[in-house]
Design a protein around this ligand. Structure first.
Ligand SMILES: C[S@@+](CC[C@H](N)C(=O)[O-])C[C@H]1O[C@@H](n2cnc3c(N)ncnc32)[C@H](O)[C@@H]1O
Length: 92
């Protein structure tokens, strides 16, 4: 990565299994591709309930081709092959 781009990015580790995500936001885009494949559906749902509040109202969650969150449609709604938006009524 070129230094000019690197200087704009805040690199921090985040364990998705921790109860709170101290990452700020809301963000226009969240990239979480081929990560949720490691977790069962209840764990995915718990992670999404912590992740979604960090997504802007019109923000996009980018996922992998083998992931789907139809089981969490009250939290996140598909809007493309691997794209999701916050479900209406979810709180920031
Ligand atoms: C298959 S790789 C995908 C990497 C990248 N997102 C991509 O699409 O190329 C899975 C990633 O999930 C991450 N991961 C696994 N468990 C995690 C957790 N509890 N919290 C955060 N990341 C986790 C791993 O560190 C690894 O980088």
């Amino acid at each position: 990565m070129v230094p000019a781009l690197r200087a704009l990015i805040d690199f921090r580790p985040l364990n998705l299994l921790t109860p709170r995500y101290d990452v700020g936001g809301p963000f226009e885009a969240l990239f979480c591709r081929n990560v949720m494949i490691y977790f069962d559906k209840p764990t995915q749902r718990a992670i999404l309930s912590r992740l979604v509040p960090h997504l802007a109202e019109d923000g996009l969650l980018y996922t992998g081709h083998s992931e789907n969150y139809l089981h969490a449609a009250d939290l996140i709604q598909p809007c493309g092959r691997t794209l999701y938006r916050r479900a209406k009524g979810t709180r920031a």
